[in-house]
Design a binder for this molecule. Structure first.
Ligand code: 3PG
Length: 213
């Protein structure tokens, strides 16, 4: 797939809801109920980070949940791309971008939301054809003011800021013209997942899904 097609697909996924949950799944048995709760709360696009041994199985379980659109986050290597695709991920997210990783996603037909934190990183990706990027780590990189600053000279790039985003600051990002959605882990806190409090997670998702864009 071409970078342009990847960005078109990534844009559609980002437009599904204001927030993409960033999920760290420790136990694959939680994956199905967790995905159902988030989808029921109005957050269909889900990013499962490849940071736990259970991540690939979690993706496979979540891919069965009706209404969900499941992607793999923390893609670092070409092997991660192959594994994510095999598990059933329909999109990928990476904290940064390398030519090897971009090649692998394009070869595997996996739409990628590649990470960038600076104007130069964003420009390099735009040169290659990627116009929908993850802004990471959002808060540590200057937050909404930094993204607003990048948007002035490069308005054609749309971003999904992730990293330190919460209900407290989500509006600061979502109100920017170059932000299409934001990502965050707060909608699936570890204590609620461990307790199996799917109703609590659905309520957090509902609150996030109602954020204005
Ligand atoms: C990540 O990749 O860890 C995401 O950026 C999530 O960040 P958060 O936990 O600050 O929401």
């Amino acid at each position: 797939m071409t970078p342009m097609q990847a960005s078109q697909d990534a844009l559609k996924i980002c437009q599904l809801a204001p927030i993409v949950p960033v999920l760290v799944v420790d136990d694959a048995k939680d994956a199905g109920p967790l995905a159902k709760a988030l989808v029921a709360g109005g957050l269909p696009a889900l990013e499962v980070t490849l940071r736990t041994p259970a991540a690939l199985e979690a993706i496979a379980e979540m891919a069965k949940v009706q209404g969900g659109v499941v992607g793999a986050g923390t893609l670092l290597t070409p092997q991660d791309v192959v594994n994510a695709k095999e598990a059933g991920a329909t999109f990928g997210v990476s904290p940064g971008a390398t030519d090897m990783l971009l090649d692998a996603c394009e070869d595997a037909d996996l739409p990628l939301l590649p990470g960038a934190a600076t104007a130069s990183e964003a420009m390099r990706l735009l040169e290659r054809g990627y116009s929908v990027l993850k802004f990471f780590p959002a808060e540590a990189s200057g937050g909404a003011p930094a993204l607003k600053g990048i948007g002035a000279p490069i308005p054609q790039i749309r971003f999904c800021p992730t990293g330190g985003v919460s209900m407290k600051n989500a509006n600061d990002y979502l109100s920017l013209p170059n932000v299409v959605c934001a990502g965050g882990s707060w909608v699936a806190p570890k204590n609620l997942v461990t307790a199996g409090d799917w109703g609590g997670i659905e309520a957090l998702a509902r609150e996030a899904a109602a954020l204005p864009r």
